[in-house]
Design a protein around this ligand. Structure first.
Ligand code: BGC
Ligand code: NOJ
Length: 799
C-alpha cells in the first residue's frame, strides 16, 4: 500500500494520506538554520547544532508519536482543525503534503476553507518562513480564528529534558507588536535569542504553555483555541511558547496570505541590549522586514528553487527507467546534501543530542556531495583532518559547533584513518584542486602541530601498517566500519558502552578483513595519487604495502568460498564455515572483492556468489548469517541485537552498495542492478506500508529475513547509505567517474538498460554522454577516457 506518489516534474513526494506508517519528514535549511518537519507539521528547528542551539522543543518517542511542531489551529464556528491534520486530527475534506527540495507545503481543507502552509528556510537567512494561505471556497462569509503555536526549547536540548529544578524558573520572553521573543538565559552567557513574528496585526497572544493549552490538555485540545481567544499571557519560567491569535474574515472566494517568521539572532556582547532588560531587536526586525510581504517571500522561494536546480543539474540522467531517474536526478542527491548538513545528528531516529559528526561518516558522505558543493567539501575535509592525532588515529566524532574531537567517545576505531584518503581522493578527482594537499592542518586542533594535508594522508596510511596483527592483517581496535563488532570489549556490565569500552587490549589478536580490503582499495588510490604527484618513492612504498596486504588476505583471510570477517581477540576465525553462527559477513566480501583480492584465483566472484547464496533475501543483502541467537561476549554489541535487526543480520543498506560496486567491477550488471533495486526507495515505495519509513529516501536498516517483520525499515535519512548508493549508481552502474585528468566512462548495465544519456558538469564544462548498450554485454572491454573540455560537448559510447 502507498500513501502518496512521486511528482518527478516538481521534484516532490506527495503524501495524500496523513496516516503514514511513521512520520515522514523533510529537512528545511541548507546552511546554518535548520528545521525538521513531518508530513503533519511535527518537528523542530535549530541553529547549527541540534544539541546546543535547539530553538523549538520536541519530544522524541512521545505518545502519541510526533507531538510538537509548527502548528496552526483554525477555529471555524465549533470546528477546530489543523492544515496538517494533527494535532487535532479533525477529519479533513482534503489533505496533501508535498515534501520538496528544502521546502514542505502542507494543504488541508475543511468545510469550504482551505489552508496551505509553505515552509522553507530562505538562502543565507537564519529563519524559517511559514507562509499560510487561507481561502474561502464556500458560498458563505467566514469568520475564522487562527492560532499559531511553537514551544521554545531552552537551547540545550539535552538539559532541556532533564534539569527541571532549574528550567522551570529560567524562561523569559518579550512581546513586541506581533512578534514574540524568546530570551531565556540571554542576560547571562548567551548572546542569542529567537523570535516568532507575523506580518499582520494580531488579536492576541500567549507565551505561557499552561495558559494556552491548559495543564491537563494535549496539543490536540488547547484551552485558548477552544475559547477562541488567547489570554495574552507572559511566561515567567515554566514552559515558554509562542502563540499568535488572528481573527480572519473571508468573503466567499476570498483568500488571505500571512507570513510567519521563526528566526534566530546572535549579537556581539556590546550590542545585546536595546536598553536594560530589553533585547536589541534590530536584527530580528531586519529579518522580519525582508519577508513582510508575500511577494518578498515568493522571490526568496524562487531563489531557493534555482539554488536546487543548479545543484541537481550537475549530474542527471535520462534512461527511460523512471525509478532510476528519480533516484539519480532528485532524491539520492538531495539525501546526500542532507547528510552533508546533518551528518548523523538530527533525524526522527537521531535525537540531535547523541552524536556529533563521525570521522568515517563525514568522509564517506563526501562522495555524495562533492560534485554539488566542492568548496564546502574542501572545508569539511580540512575540519575532519584537524581532529586526527599525530599517529594517524582519529577522534571517532567531533562537534559541529566547536569542530573539536569528542573526548567522551575518543578514538581507536582502526578503519577511521583510511576514510580520510577515501574522501580526499574523491575531492581531488572531482575538482583537480591539488592545492588542498598543501593546506596546513593541525593534529587534534592543537596550534603549532600543523602539517600539510598530504602528511595527514600519509599518517593515515601508516596507521594501518603500524597496527598489524599476527597474520599481518590490520588490528581492529574498538571496531571497524561495523561499530558493533567489538572484539576487544568483553562487556558484562549493561551500563558500559560497547563503543568506548575495551576491557581487553593487551595481547589482542583481533584483526579485521574489512579494514584489510579498505586498505587495499584506498591504499591503491594513495599510491596512484603519489605517482600523480611525482612522489615516486612513496608511491612504490605504498604499492608494496598494498601487495603485501593482498597476500596476507589470500593466505589468512580466505575461507574457501568467501573472505573471513575477522580474527577475534584470541586469534580465532570470525565469519568462517567453522563458526556456528556468523559464518559469513557482508563487509569483507564487499571490500576484499572491490579490491580484487585473489582475482587470479577467482576469489572476488566466488565471494559474490556466496553473498548471493547465503546473505541475499527478498529485501536486500543481510549483514551476516546465521544471525547470532545468543550474546557472544567476545564479539560485543553485534550479538546483542535480536536476530534480523541492525548489525545482527539486518539489511544494512549502507553496505549493500559495496556488493553492488564489486559486482559492477566484476562485470555482472544484472546482479549489480538487481541488488540495487531491492533497496532503492523508488522500488520499495510499492510496499510503503511494510517499509514504514519515508518512501523517497534510503534508510540505514531494513529488517532482515530472521526478523519478525522482514522488510520493515528503520533509521531513515542520515546514513552513509545515501552516499554509497550514489557512488554505486552514478559511478559504477551508469559508470561516469571523475579522474585526475579525465572523465571516465565505465558502465556496468543490466539488459534492461539499453540506452541512456547522462549530463554531467565537470571542471566547469558540460558533458552529455549517451551510452548505448548495443551488444547487450553491458560492460566495455576498456573504459573510455573523455578528455577535459570547455563548454558543452556530446559524446556517444557504444558497448
Ligand atoms: C548502532 C550502530 C551505531 C553505534 C554507535 C550502535 O548501537 O547499532 O549502528 O553506529 O551504536 O552509535
Ligand atoms: C552507524 C554509524 O554511523 C556508522 O559509522 C557505522 O559504520 C554503522 N552504524 C555500522 O555500524
Amino acid at each position: 500500500m502507498k500513501f502518496g506518489h512521486f511528482d518527478d516534474a516538481n521534484r516532490e513526494y506527495v503524501i495524500t494520506n496523513p496516516r503514514t506508517p511513521w512520520p515522514w519528514i523533510n529537512y528545511l535549511g541548507c546552511e546554518e538554520f535548520f528545521s525538521l518537519v513531518s508530513n503533519t507539521a511535527g518537528g523542530y528547528s535549530f541553529y547549527k547544532d541540534a544539541k546546543f542551539r535547539r530553538i523549538s522543543r520536541y519530544r522524541y518517542n512521545g505518545v502519541p508519536m510526533d507531538a510538537g511542531g509548527m502548528y496552526f489551529y483554525i477555529k471555524d464556528g465549533a470546528t477546530i482543525w489543523n492544515p496538517g491534520w494533527k494535532p487535532c486530527k479533525t477529519e479533513l475534506d482534503f489533505y496533501e503534503c508535498r515534501h520538496g527540495m528544502g521546502y514542505t507545503r502542507i494543504t488541508g481543507a475543511k468545510d469550504g476553507v482551505s489552508a496551505s502552509l509553505l515552509m522553507f528556510v530562505p538562502l543565507r537567512t537564519n529563519a524559517q518562513i511559514l507562509k499560510l494561505t487561507l481561502r474561502n471556497d464556500s458560498k458563505r462569509a467566514k469568520r475564522l480564528k487562527l492560532f499559531s503555536f511553537v514551544e521554545w526549547c531552552l537551547w540545550n536540548a539535552s538539559t532541556d529534558m532533564e534539569n527541571f529544578q532549574r528550567n522551570f524558573s529560567t524562561g523569559e520572553v518579550e512581546i513586541d507588536g506581533s512578534t514574540i521573543y524568546h530570551k531565556t538565559e540571554y542576560k547571562e552567557r548567551r548572546n542569542h535569542y529567537a523570535f516568532y513574528g507575523v506580518n499582520a496585526k494580531i488579536d492576541g497572544f500567549d507565551t505561557d504553555r499552561e495558559t494556552f493549552l491548559g495543564l491537563y490538555n494535549g496539543f490536540d485540545d488547547p484551552d485558548a483555541v477552544r475559547a477562541g481567544k488567547c489570554a495574552n499571557s507572559v511566561a515567567h519560567g515554566w514552559s515558554p511558547i509562542a502563540a499568535h491569535q488572528l481573527d480572519v474574515a473571508l468573503r466567499p472566494g476570498e483568500s488571505k496570505e500571512l507570513v510567519f517568521t521563526l528566526g534566530y539572532v546572535e549579537l556581539p556582547e556590546a550590542e545585546k541590549w536595546q536598553r536594560k532588560g530589553v533585547v536589541n531587536k534590530k536584527p530580528a526586525k531586519a529579518i522580519l522586514k525582508r519577508f513582510d510581504t508575500s511577494a518578498k517571500v515568493d522571490r526568496a522561494f524562487a531563489q531557493l528553487k534555482s539554488y536546487w536546480d543548479d545543484l541537481l543539474s550537475r549530474y542527471s540522467v535520462k534512461s527511460g527507467n523512471e525509478r532510476l531517474d528519480r533516484m539519480v536526478n532528485v532524491w539520492n542527491q538531495y539525501q546526500c546534501m542532507v547528510t552533508f548538513n546533518m551528518s548523523r545528528s538530527a533525524s526522527f531516529f537521531e535525537s540531535g543530542i547523541g552524536r556529533g559528526m563521525g570521522f568515517r561518516d563525514s568522509n564517506q558522505d563526501l562522495v555524495g556531495f562533492v560534485h554539488q558543493i566542492p568548496d564546502r567539501a574542501r572545508e569539511r575535509i580540512l575540519d575532519i583532518a584537524a581532529t586526527q592525532f599525530p599517529d594517524g588515529g582519529c577522534y571517532h566524532q567531533y562537534q559541529p559547533l566547536t569542530k573539536r574531537g569528542n573526548n567522551d567517545i575518543g578514538g581507536g576505531f582502526n578503519d577511521d584513518p583510511m576514510w580520510l584518503i577515501f574522501g580526499t581522493v574523491a575531492y581531488l578527482k572531482e575538482t583537480g584542486d591539488f592545492s588542498i594537499l598543501e593546506e596546513k592542518v593541525p593534529f587534534d586542533n592543537k596550534k603549532g602541530s600543523e602539517v600539510t594535508l598530504f602528511e595527514h594522508l600519509k599518517v593515515s596510511f601508516d596507521h594501518v601498517l603500524n597496527n598489524l596483527g599476527p597474520h599481518k592483517l590490520p588490528l581492529i581496535g574498538r571496531a571497524d566500519w561495523n561499530d558493533c563488532l567489538n572484539l576487544n570489549c568483553f562487556s558484562h556490565d549493561p551500563n558500559e558502552s560497547f563503543q568506548t569500552t575495551e576491557n581487553k587490549t593487551k595481547g589482542s589478536k583481533a584483526e579485521s578483513l574489512m579494514i584489510a580490503g579498505l586498505f587495499c582499495v584506498c591504499g591503491k588510490d594513495y599510491a596512484e595519487l603519489c605517482a600523480h604527484l611525482g612522489r615516486k618513492a612513496e608511491s612504490t612504498r605504498a604499492a608494496k604495502a598494498v601487495a603485501a596486504m593482498e597476500k596476507a588476505v589470500e593466505r589468512h583471510g580466505w575461507d574457501g568460498e568467501w573472505y573471513l570477517r575477522a580474527y577475534d581477540f584470541f586469534g580465532r576465525k570470525v565469519g568462517s564455515k567453522e563458526n556456528d553462527e556468523g559464518k559469513i559477513f557482508i563487509e569483507s566480501q564487499g571490500w576484499c572483492a572491490m579490491a580484487g583480492i585473489g582475482k587470479a584465483k577467482g576469489m572476488p566472484e566466488k565471494a559474490l556468489d556466496a553473498t548471493k547464496k547465503h546473505l541475499e533475501c527478498a529485501h536486500g543483502i543481510v549483514l551476516n548469517q546465521p544471525a547470532f541467537t545468543k550474546y557472544v561476549v567476545e564479539y560485543g554489541e553485534i550479538s546483542t541485537y535480536p536476530a534480523g535487526y541492525k548489525e545482527n543480520a539486518g539489511i544494512f543498506c549502507h553496505n549493500n552498495p559495496w556488493i553492488i560496486i564489486a559486482e559492477a567491477i566484476a562485470g555482472r550488471g544484472e546482479d549489480a542492478f538487481a541488488h540495487w533495486a531491492k533497496i532503492a526507495p523508488s522500488y520499495t515505495e510499492d510496499r510503503s506500508e511494510l517499509h514504514k519509513v519515508e518512501p523517497n529516501v534510503y534508510c540505514q536498516m531494513v529488517a532482515g529475513r530472521d526478523a519478525a517483520k522482514p522488510g520493515e525499515g528503520k533509521n531513515s535519512w542520515l546514513t552513509g547509505t545515501a552516499a554509497w548508493n550514489w557512488y554505486a549508481v552514478s559511478e559504477y552502474i551508469l559508470g561516469i567517474k571523475p579522474d585526475y585528468d579525465a572523465l571516465v566512462v565505465d558502465p556496468c548495465l543490466p539488459k534492461s538498460l539499453g540506452r541512456y544519456t547522462v549530463t554531467r558538469r565537470f571542471r566547469g564544462a558540460t558533458y552529455e554522454i549517451t551510452v548505448v548498450n548495443k551488444s547487450g554485454r553491458g560492460k566495455l572491454a576498456k573504459p573510455v577516457r573523455l578528455p577535459l573540455i570547455n563548454g558543452t560537448r556530446k559524446f556517444v559510447v557504444e558497448i
